[in-house]
Design a protein around this ligand. Structure first.
Ligand code: Z5A
Length: 208
């Protein structure tokens, strides 16, 4: 969700990976490529522009197709861990549950955009809508087009996320209302248990 702490957690993890010598790439969606940044601006900042849910979906997937081919696939080929603050689960939640597009159609179109590449793990940081919006307000973030959908829209998105987390094996819900340090500790433990042997022994919730 908005203001759930994704940027904060990605930064904490990036720092730990650097300390531990885990090679990684960090990127954001939509964005992360020249075409993706252009689409991001169109999608989020051009609030005067009418964009239908179907058009919105294909803009997001156009950015994703570039992201997968230009950022993710090359990074994986270099043996790196790829960290992204959002990916396909956001599309299922926002465009599927939030905008009301048929979920199976969204999944099919997404599969085409990604060429079938799927994350090994998605961490869902769950916070109540008002708490996320309050955090964004406190940091002075300007409302974007997606938030123009209002709280009802965002509640549908949150319920969608929670449903997806119950149904999908590679999605784990964490309580995003805990402190940033507590959430980070849980993320580290999750990575250690999900991918045993992949990270150094020193990669623990409370470093030395
Ligand atoms: N979108 C979509 O519709 N479909 C898709 O497929 C994709 C995206 C990929 C992208 O926004 C928009 O695109 C998004 C969905 C749509 N809609 N909107 N709006 P984004 O990802 O760029 O923006 P955001 O989600 O609004 O991100 P954000 O505001 O940067 O939130 P965040 O990264 O999750 O939070 P943060 O920046 O880490 O933290 C926010 C504040 O809370 C900050 O002051 C922190 O210090 C504070 N914070 C962080 N963690 C905590 C904890 N644990 N406790 C207390 N305070 C905290």
């Amino acid at each position: 969700m908005e203001g759930a702490g994704k940027t904060t957690q990605v930064e904490l993890l990036r720092h730990r990976f650097s300390q531990e010598g885990v090679s990684h790439t960090v990127s954001r969606e939509p964005g992360g490529t020249a075409v993706g940044e252009g689409i991001r601006e169109l999608l989020l900042e051009r609030r005067e522009m009418e964009i239908s849910p179907e058009t919105e979906l294909f803009l997001i997937l156009a950015a994703r197709a570039a992201f997968v081919r230009e950022v993710v696939t090359p990074a994986l080929a270099r043996g790196e861990v790829v960290l992204a603050d959002r990916f396909q689960l956001s599309t299922f939640a926002y465009q599927g549950f939030g905008r009301g597009l048929e979920l199976e159609a969204v999944r099919t179109a997404n599969r085409f955009a990604t060429g079938g590449l799927s994350p090994d793990l998605t961490v869902l940081l769950d916070v109540p809508v008002l708490e996320g919006l309050g955090r964004q307000r406190a940091m002075g973030k300007v409302r974007d087009r997606m938030e123009d959908g209002g709280q009802d829209f965002l509640r549908k998105v949150r319920e969608g996320y929670r449903t997806l987390a119950r149904e999908e094996e590679d999605v784990v819900l964490l309580d995003g209302t805990l402190s940033s340090e507590a959430v980070h500790g849980r993320v580290v433990e999750l990575l250690r248990t999900r991918f045993p042997g992949h990270f150094p022994e020193t990669f623990t919730a409370s470093p030395g």
